[in-house]
Design a protein around this ligand. Sequence first.
Ligand SMILES: Nc1ncnc2c1ncn2[C@@H]1O[C@H](COP(=O)(O)OP(=O)(O)O)[C@@H](O)[C@H]1O
Ligand code: SF4
Ligand SMILES: [Mg+2]
Length: 326
Amino acid sequence: MTGPLLDVTDLHVTFALKDRTVHAVNGVSLSVRRGETLAVIGESGSGKTVTSRAVMGLLSPAARVAGSAVLLGTELIGLTEAQLREHRGRDIAMIFQDPAGSLNPTMKIGRQVTEAVRMHLPLDQAAARARALELLDLVQVPSPRARYDDYPHQFSGGMRQRVMIAIALACGPQLLIADEATTALDVTTQAQIMDLLMDLQDELDMSMIMISHDMGLAATYADRVMVMYAGRVVEHAATERLYRHVRMPYTRALLDAVPRLEREPHSLFATIGGRPPDLTALPPGCTFAPRCPRVQDRCRAERPELTEHETGHHWACFSPWPDERR
Ligand SMILES: Nc1ncnc2c1ncn2[C@@H]1O[C@H](COP(=O)(O)OP(=O)(O)O)[C@@H](O)[C@H]1O
Ligand code: SF4
Ligand SMILES: [Mg+2]
């Protein structure tokens, strides 16, 4: 099959509260090609998780979702829960930040993997157990046979995340969404898990969406980077292009906040100050205007659309930084 694996167009998600509406995702379009890793980057609250959960059909009933998400030729938005279950796990799977919270603390590790296998594949208990052991081996849990009957609390954070990856891989999904999957881990374990994901992606010929607030992580592991702010995509390009020719002021601020060896890490708020906008009362113009060092009158009145200004490089900004090689 040609064309992208996943094609999301003009996705909107709102949550109706008692007296106001949260505009969490405001017209996101993205596509994921076969075998590639797309990083979705942005501060906390920028709509990364809601975007991916909308695609997976995993939002609360309070969410109103509009737009399109076509996976392998099938429109996912509007499918019933039963129809979505056909795709979840088999075509598309997700891992989250908190492996402890996602595993059942009272059930043995091995059984949790076996049940994930049986949920999707018509295997008997013995065959499913054998498959679970293979999966635990694949994600490099040492001595899977010996660890099969351990409980989650007997595993470290990194090992629990390996188990979550094994569960996500149970039916060989074509797309894996990793939502801050290494954020809770120490730096060394984070690198081990990211390397594992990259190896698995190669070995299993999967595509990946890697959701993170960490521009440094995206630089190391992603083929393309999409930056989100207040539920919109504000800059998007191939990784190398984005890092060398960053144009949009918010992306630039994110990059400046990445710790470098030669200087102390800056927090984003220290770099640019201010907070993301209130999603229940979005301003008419550019949502970054109150924090932007390059703001002009036009920015407050009119909203910049995401536009392909240079081949393969999209940004939404009226007054981008000049293109200086970083
Ligand atoms: N169930 C919900 N009800 C109301 N608002 C929500 C709900 N889920 C998420 N939001 C809001 O949507 C916005 C985007 O959230 P999220 O996608 O989780 O951000 P990110 O993953 O980028 O940190 C946040 O402001 C969050 O508070
Ligand atoms: S449109 Fe204006 S306010 Fe928004 S990022 Fe660009 S320069 Fe800044
Ligand atoms: Mg999130």
